[in-house]
Design a protein around this ligand. Structure first.
Ligand code: HEM
Length: 411
């Protein structure tokens, strides 16, 4: 589908060739509070596309609630209660759980992983570079987040491929490369009480049940063990849904951000030179994430009538905060569509900054991106894309899912 500036944001095919930036640019300019009609499967929704409006709605959680679902899909109360995590709640309820899980992801705690991440990154990059041509998403971008997810959760390494496959099926539930149960193509009613309405949710619930029952051994150092041990921690369904959230959120997002960095290096050789000149290691991860913005939107629900730019959002209406658009708002970013690895300040919104739900894993994701890039650029003289990348089919999660490259390694 060609992005003529008028693509339908409800249609996953509008995103199948990459993010429709022209459409977002037009909306930011002409229609910053735009309405998309619904259909038989889902009610219509509002889209906020300007940086300032997204930041406002994200901050004002009492007006724009997460407590009725965070994706476009309409949920019955039964579905909502069965599937919700703390991400689908508002303060103060949200704050109570957030306090429990936050410490494990705090910057100084995550910084302790630097050495481990570097060891893993070296292994991954060295293995990938044994070949001169390979799919950089599979060989590099996918590997580090997967291994780190294992360390963070404390689950056995031999389960990681399986867990990532299930995580892909959850979050990629609109892409036939990741699931046979494509949510807008087949009837998924049987799974309506499962995370992401996906059969993979059933399998992940079973896995989480085994952890709870003690039949699946997990490491004492991981987040899951701490949460189970904590007398004030998460139990039963809350634990299972939190587990699914981490498997889904902690994996693909970082993969697609690393994939974006590889895509940029493979198509703009000057960026490799810039990194090799050692100029921008403090800023590169944020710029990559700004441009990748893998979770393109999250939804809120208006708790009262709200007037914005002359439009009235009615109580109960769904409102999408398009972080991906806000992070390219030309009012905030100079040359917003261009990669500037030294960009500072970088007020992108890709982590949902400024709101109560700001990404729990952001320090981990940034560390992984920086280190894998450091280790890659040390070892190569060039990286070139040798075919067109393929993109996820989803209006929720965006990323390069395949990127064939040719590399030249330093002598
Ligand atoms: C580049 C990588 C990542 C991006 C772009 C990203 C993006 C986001 C965004 C936009 C939100 C806000 C959601 C909302 O407003 O409702 C969020 C929340 C969250 N993220 Fe991430 N994420 C990334 C990596 C991770 C990682 C590595 C983990 C865990 C290991 C993680 C776990 C979470 C969790 C648990 C939440 C919910 C927080 C809450 O509701 O308080 N994310 N993420």
């Amino acid at each position: 589908m060609i992005d003529d500036g008028y693509l339908n944001l409800a249609d996953h095919d509008s995103f199948a060739n990459g993010i429709p930036h022209k459409t977002f640019a037009r909306l930011r300019k002409e229609d910053p509070v735009s309405w998309t009609e619904g259909d038989d499967t889902a009610k219509g929704f509002w889209s906020l596309t300007r940086h300032a409006d997204i930041a406002y709605a994200n901050r004002e959680a009492t007006l724009f609630s997460s407590g009725q679902g965070i994706r476009i899909e309409d949920q019955s109360r039964e579905e909502y209660l069965a599937r919700r995590t703390f991400q689908e709640t508002d303060p103060p309820e949200h704050s109570a759980t957030r306090r429990k899980v936050n410490p494990a992801f705090a910057k100084p705690i995550v910084a302790r992983f630097e050495e481990l991440i570097r060891t893993l990154a070296c292994e991954i990059v060295d293995k990938a570079l044994e070949k001169t041509e390979f799919d950089a998403v599979e060989a590099i971008a996918k590997q580090l987040p997967m291994m780190m997810l294992g360390r963070i959760l404390g689950v056995p390494d031999e389960d990681l491929n399986w867990l990532v496959e299930k995580g892909d099926a959850l979050i990629g539930n609109t892409d036939p490369d990741f699931t046979q149960h494509v949510i807008d193509k087949v009837d998924t009613d049987a799974y309506r009480l499962m995370p992401f309405r996906s059969p993979a949710g059933v399998e992940l619930y079973d896995y989480a049940d085994d952890i709870l029952a003690g039949t699946k051994p997990i490491s004492d150092d991981g987040v899951l063990s701490k949460i189970i041990r904590d007398e004030d921690g998460l139990n039963g369904l809350d634990f299972k849904n939190f587990f699914c959230l981490l498997v889904a959120a902690g994996n693909d997002t970082t993969r697609y951000s690393i994939a974006m960095s590889l895509y940029l290096l493979a198509t703009q050789p000057e960026l490799l030179k810039q990194l090799q000149a050692d100029q921008c290691w403090d800023t590169v991860a944020d710029e990559v994430i700004r441009l990748a913005s893998p979770t393109m939107h999250f939804r809120r629900t208006a708790t009262q009538d709200i007037t914005l730019h002359g439009k009235t959002i009615r109580k109960g209406d769904k409102v999408l905060l398009w972080f991906v658009s806000g992070s390219r708002d030309e009012e905030v970013f100079t040359n917003a569509d261009e990669a500037d690895f030294a960009r500072t300040p970088n007020r992108h919104l890709a982590f949902g900054q400024g709101g109560p739900h700001v990404c729990l894993g952001m320090h981990l994701a940034k560390l992984e991106i920086r280190i894998v890039l450091e280790e890659l650029v040390k070892r190569i003289t060039s990286i070139t894309a040798i075919s067109e990348p393929s993109w996820t089919r989803s209006n929720f999660i965006c990323g390069v899912k395949k990127l064939d490259v040719r590399v030249e390694v330093k002598n």
